[in-house]
Write a protein that binds this ligand. Sequence first.
Ligand code: HEC
Ligand code: HEC
Ligand code: HEC
Ligand code: HEC
Ligand code: HEC
Ligand code: HEC
Length: 498
Amino acid sequence: MKLPRTYYNNITYLGTIIAAIAWITLIIFIFQIYVFRINNVYFDLYTFIVTPAFLVIGHILIPLGMIRKRRKIKKGIVDNDSKLLVLNLRDPKTRNAVMIFSVVSIFFVITTIIGSYKAFHYTESVEFCGKLCHKVMNPEYTAYQNSPHAKVKCAECHVGEGADFYVKSKMSGLRQVYKYALGTYIRPIATPIENLRPARETCEKCHWPQKFYTNALRKEKYYLADSANTEWNITLNMKIGANHQAMGLTEGIHWHINPDINIEYKSSPKRDVIYWIKKTDKKTGVETIYKDNEVDMKNVDLKKSEARSMDCMDCHNRPSHEYRSPSKYVNELMAANNKISTIPWFKSAAMEALKINYGTSDSASMEIKNKIINFYKESYPDFYKKYNSQIITAISEVKRVFALNTFPEMKVNYSVYPRHIGHLESNGCFRCHNDKFKSPSGKVISKDCNLCHTIVAQGKTGDIKYTGINATLEFSHPVDIGDAWKESNCMDCHSQLY
Ligand code: HEC
Ligand code: HEC
Ligand code: HEC
Ligand code: HEC
Ligand code: HEC
Ligand code: HEC
């Protein structure tokens, strides 16, 4: 077989070998994917990105060498007829050269492919995502380790399966590394994440809607900011699913993810204010549109804004990075430790120290200590003496739980990333369920306290009122605020308390 003269040069040989190995590897890989049905993001990557890259390099080197050779021939540097590829394998020198050349090339291609495999694998690890740029990811990584998903890899929610999302996320990752290097990233990191992979392809790999939950009891304990840190209890029967497992998703909270229903909404970019809601019954095709005439829509063009279909993330938006409010994490701390809950005024003292926005973790650590000590020294010097060692231990515990939930350097705290489940400190469910969204036929999206849960028990420890599991108590607010809890949303007060 004769090839053009220009073919015979070292660069072109190298290109030919790389291209040949890449072609063979590619065919073997594709064969494995389609015949053995290997379904693995790394294997896909290897097959559809790394190997083709070698293929491209090989196919670029071949003409490159030929062009160079032609120039040399034209300039007369090399003889027109010289250096035809003559491989005389009887000649030991040629034989050795060919051997070394082939072994080195094969070794080079294989190590590069394995190396890039390892490198890609590493970029998917929790270590890489959570620790490498520690300064930026510290809030997410810390909250993650403290979450029910601490054993689920970052990439399982943020990347998911398949090579396409992998490449997308690596491209945006590169942009982020660049911003990190220049220090121009936004603090706090902006949410909602626009192109977060849909829940169907992440959450639903582990929790699928057809795996139903029924009701669940939720027992809460709160400590009021008074001298006794009065303990207040509420037990809610959460109507997560239908009354009977067999009824599936026909009613209850998870009704929103019934595959026969689609709920769409249009909202402000942060998704905290909702303007328009559409419910579609996919079986009957009936559509219902709900509008709230009181919501401020001055600068909103509904026609232009895109509707979002509700999925898991519209309620569970903090499945693995929940930043708790001071009131919540101090309540939890006190519930877990009665040496702290028995210090008079401690809830109040801690809240005074924690309601301030600190600039750095170091100043927070110092100031929390000073503020709590001063609170006692100034107002309750006797208690300060009597409970001194308990107070000192309690302060270090408060600092510890503060650091799990608040990250001054990244400007992260509970109010920056509101949690959409519930309605106490942000509107959450009340964004839609506020008795104001009406359909043309006058149907409202209800704020009835018994729609989503019933109250099975409530009251001060020692004086708790109970009712049966199928009945409900009327809510009584832990401190007397009259009917204010009926007339305004809980967050109107609770987001400002501390
Ligand atoms: C169980 C799924 C899940 C896991 C595991 C997970 N995340 Fe997230 N992450 C989310 C969701 C959901 C959001 C919120 C998206 C939104 O509000 O748009 C989010 C938001 C973020 C944000 C935006 C800022 C913020 O705090 O909301 C960053 C950064 C982030 N995650 C990094 C990580 C890192 C690093 C890891 C691993 C250490 C990780 N995530 C693990 C689901 C997850
Ligand atoms: C790789 C599997 C996996 C993925 C992906 C995953 N989860 Fe989970 N999830 C778990 C496991 C495991 C638990 C812990 C179960 C337990 O402790 O009973 C859990 C627990 C939960 C809980 C209960 C939390 C609690 O406090 O008890 C919720 C809610 C939840 N996941 C929502 C989500 C959402 C929303 C997503 C998508 C953003 C998601 N999960 C993605 C595996 C996963
Ligand atoms: C984007 C708007 C929206 C949000 C946010 C929202 N819902 Fe709904 N919800 C609806 C609509 C619309 C209906 C149907 C109302 C109807 O048909 O009367 C509904 C119905 C319900 C129902 C009654 C289902 C049934 O028929 O049994 C429950 C329970 C419920 N929601 C709980 C919640 C909870 C809990 C949250 C917060 C975690 C929440 N919703 C957040 C829009 C929303
Ligand atoms: C309308 C809001 C809403 C949507 C949408 C939603 N959930 Fe939930 N989910 C809830 C509420 C509220 C609870 C009960 C939380 C509690 O008790 O604090 C819950 C509980 C759970 C639990 C814990 C169950 C248990 O017994 O503790 C899991 C797991 C869960 N949801 C997964 C999902 C997944 C996966 C999706 C998407 C397919 C989803 N949810 C969609 C509101 C929602
Ligand atoms: C649309 C559904 C829905 C409606 C309506 C609703 N709630 Fe809730 N409520 C929830 C959910 C979901 C939670 C659980 C929050 C969580 O998991 O942190 C909750 C939690 C609570 C809690 C515990 C607070 C906390 O976060 O510790 C109280 C108390 C409460 N609700 C009272 C009420 C009262 C009173 C009303 C009537 C004005 C009401 N709820 C109406 C869904 C609802
Ligand atoms: C008019 C203002 C106001 C409104 C509205 C309001 N609250 Fe409160 N709430 C308070 C005050 C003040 C406290 C006492 C805080 C303390 O002692 O630390 C409190 C305490 C609580 C506590 C104990 C708090 C803790 O973290 O220790 C719960 C639970 C609670 N409220 C639930 C609700 C719910 C649910 C709603 C809405 C249905 C609501 N509140 C509406 C003012 C309000």
